[in-house]
Write a protein that binds this ligand. Structure first.
Ligand code: GLN
Length: 502
């Protein structure tokens, strides 16, 4: 079988009818990876034997009924390596337990299969900060897949996975989903367990699904959502059945477009896609109006203070004693800490640890960290006020389509500023979904996906999925697939023609 032609929901139906077995699905995914991944670079590792063993025991009647799911390599799976895309862990650390989301995934009949590439410790927007390999955009090998969950998005869009899990601290599920033309859901803060997700910024991190359709994403979300006593920030509220509610209409809903999101700096084609989406919603009976989120502009600054502050504390655990790499060139313990971290962390991680340590240090705390927290409160209040009158917000997922590999690599500020549309949802703990909304054409024959976002109040996942499903069904964008033939040519592992070492 060529599973690329089927959705996750369709494969589940075939499993339920016993027309195929879970082992066959795992093998089909494995073959697709073998065929293309040396060129695409979505996966870091995978354990076929373990997946086949689980497939043998899979219960076809369960929610996911034997579906293999790819996992970003910062989510712990018992007995499997977890590198976080970093030299400090790669080849030197094996997770001793399953993450809460993985436990739920297994309980729902999902089979963890394959670990996907990411920006080191999920810090980045292009997956170029991975210390281990480059990942390409399935729509164009010269473009980034987005990040930090770029491997998960490339695997899904590149026909190498039916669905995947990623993590989203400031957009890392939604932006790569948008760049690769798939669907990505960032659940509300606390909706999915963070237990076993290697922490980047604990007050912002959430695990969520990436898939090829809204319905597939809803299925994966349903499998992993819910309370986990091992994560103290996990919410105990009941999880609505988003699959059950998906097909209900949205007539009479009110959707806002934030005025601050459509100002200069966004690609004109993204703006057109946004306008076209508003018309699609209006035809479905939705009232679309402009709204204001006055503190939007400050959100990037607030995020990069809070996220780096938290990262500087979270990453203190990588000291050469407890986890992973330890320098062999040290004479005493202090030198061991320093050399271990110098050898193990890449430039972006070091930059953020330095920045985060600085904004927390005495004398600067009030000026930066405290101020950022105050801004966070104002940003959250902007959303609370809008959601008292509106069911959802419609926004771009990113200011433009995927950029070229290397294009922004030396300009971290440019990369940070492009997170403006995804960061606010994390600062305010909202749920947000990104999905294909159109195509970007460069005039030279290159087309790249453009992603849209729906943002909702905390715990409105079922309603955002429903809105996204209604939009999706009224459009054709989500059915478009990149041509994967070019990834079939075998490239040598060390020289892939673009000078990027893998
Ligand atoms: N691009 C953002 C950053 O670099 C978001 C990353 C994420 O969501 N993990 O921090």
């Amino acid at each position: 079988m060529r599973f690329e032609d089927y959705s996750l929901i369709e494969i589940r139906a075939l499993l339920r009818k016993r027309e195929i077995t879970a082992a066959e699905v795992v093998r089909a995914v494995h073959e697709a990876i073998e065929e293309r991944d040396s060129a695409l670079g979505a996966y870091l590792t995978r354990d076929l034997e373990a997946a086949l063993e689980e497939a043998g025991k899979a219960d076809a009647g369960a929610l996911l009924g034997g579906i293999p799911v790819a996992l970003k390599d910062n989510i712990s799976v018992r007995g499997q390596p977890c590198s976080c895309g970093s030299r400090i862990l790669a080849g030197k650390y094996t997770a001793p337990f399953d993450a809460g989301a993985v436990q739920k995934l297994r309980a729902a009949g999902g089979i963890p299969f394959g670990r996907t590439n990411l920006d080191e410790f999920a810090m980045g927007s292009s997956t170029e900060n991975s210390a281990l390999q480059a990942t390409r955009n399935p729509w164009s090998p010269d473009h980034v897949p987005g990040g930090s969950s770029g491997g998960s998005a490339a695997a899904v869009a590149g026909g190498e996975a039916l669905g995947a899990l990623g993590s989203d601290t400031g957009g890392s599920i939604r932006q790569p989903a948008a760049f690769c033309g798939c669907v990505g859901l960032k659940p509300s803060y606390g909706r999915v367990s963070r237990y076993g997700l290697v922490a980047y910024a604990s007050s912002l991190d959430q695990i969520g699904p990436l898939a090829r359709s809204v319905e597939d994403a809803a299925l994966l979300y349903q499998a992993i959502a819910g309370h986990d006593p091992k994560d103290s920030t996990s919410l105990s509220a009941a999880v609505d059945d988003s699959l059950e509610l998906l097909r209900d209409g949205v007539r009479g809903w009110r959707v806002g477009i934030p005025r601050e999101y459509i100002q200069e700096g966004i690609d004109p084609q993204v703006r057109q896609v946004l306008e076209a989406a508003a018309s699609v919603l209006e035809e479905a009976g939705v009232a679309v109006e402009e709204v204001s989120l006055p503190h939007t502009e400050q959100s990037v600054a607030a995020y990069y203070v809070i996220a780096t502050a938290e990262a500087s504390a979270n990453l203190a655990r990588f000291d050469g004693v407890r986890y992973g790499h330890r320098s062999e060139r040290a004479e005493d313990v202090l030198e061991m800490y320093c050399r271990t971290r110098d050898e193990g962390f890449g430039a972006e991680v070091k930059r953020r640890i330095l920045l985060g340590t600085y904004v927390l240090s005495s004398g600067y705390y009030d000026a930066y960290y405290l101020k950022a927290q105050k801004l966070r409160t104002l940003i959250r209040a902007d959303f609370t006020s809008v959601f008292s009158k509106f069911d959802a917000l419609l926004a771009p997922a990113a200011p433009g389509p995927a950029f070229r590999l290397g294009e922004c690599a030396d300009d971290p500020l440019r990369m940070y500023l492009a997170d403006i549309f995804t960061i606010p949802a994390n600062l305010a703990g909202l749920c947000a979904i990104s999905l294909p909304g159109g195509l970007h054409r460069d005039g030279q024959g290159l087309t790249l996906p453009i992603g849209l976002q729906f943002l909702g109040a905390p715990l409105s996942e079922a309603r955002m999925l429903r809105l996204a499903w209604n939009f999706e069904q009224a459009t054709e964008w989500w059915k478009l697939r990149p041509s994967l033939a070019r990834f079939r040519e075998t490239r040598s592992a060390s020289d892939d023609g673009l000078g990027i070492s893998r």
